[in-house]
Design a binder for this molecule. Sequence first.
Ligand code: AHG
Ligand code: MN
Ligand code: MN
Length: 333
Amino acid sequence: MRRVSLTQYLVEQERKLHHVQPELRLLIEVVARACKAISHAVGKGELADVLGAAGTDNVQGEAQKKLDVISNEVLIEANSWGGSLAAMASEEMDEPFQIPNEYPKGRYLLLFDPLDGSSNIDVNVSIGTIFSVLECPPEVTTPDEASFLQPGTRQVAAGFAVYGPSTTLVLTVGHGTVGFTLDREVGSWILTQPRIEIPVETKEFSINMSNARNWPAPVKRYIDECLAGKEGPLGKDFNMRWVASMVADVYRILSRGGVFMYPADAKHKEGRLRLLYEANPMSFIVEQAGGAASTGTQRILDVQPSRLHQRIGVILGSREEVERVASYYAAAR
Ligand code: AHG
Ligand code: MN
Ligand code: MN
């Protein structure tokens, strides 16, 4: 089998399609290298004293785990010196991080969720890292929050790593979605899924059922119909999965289809997931794999962000199911 590394994939994309310039390639490679380091720390677990609480809160008032903080530091350090970036923003930092003056600044902005699935760290369930790349607006030399407030359609690249039974990296640069697996001995990302396509139909849904009493009517209607199975209006039996790490749930949907939902509800009025470094990169990846992503009333990638740490309702996955849920929202209006 011809083994194609991440570097080779990116170089060939540039040769064929001229859309991964060296600056963007370096940026993606550096992020991927940081994910290797995080994967290593995750794999050590108890042995390296990386589990448990950090004793601090992030900007959203959530208790930080040690690995949230470590992963954030790894990504910041790795991405400071390369010269591709004008600034970075992270779930774990209130304000954008400026590139230190000793290093040159580049044309891109990087956003990340350094450690997704924090509640799963200490129980040894798959977790991951999510990232999104935007262009820095022209003329901006010191990017502030406003520089990052661009709709998801403006992303030039997005990806996520899953630290699971194997360590994987899913990536889009806007020409389809591809997957790599980390060869741990060699330390190299190898292209293992050259073309990821989400089946348009599905029989699997993914939602935190403990929020059922808070759901809006269209979500309740859809889940009731899934639960009704063959005898219900959808005419088929459904299966349910909820890992509580978005990276793992989305990875499963990319592999075998399904619909993932964390809608805005009576308790999570704006939604639970963050628009700029969770919903947007995942929606870009899912759309590039032939799926769809909606808030229920709008395509996620079209949402004009108003705050760096803004939350949003998310319904994504197999196109037909996402469209069905969106049609229930439309009917309820
Ligand atoms: P994070 O660990 O970055 O805060 O994100 C966790 C997110 C997402 O990964 C997952 O789908 C969801 O929160 C889980 O929410 P519940 O705890 O409500 O199941
Ligand atoms: Mn997250
Ligand atoms: Mn996180």
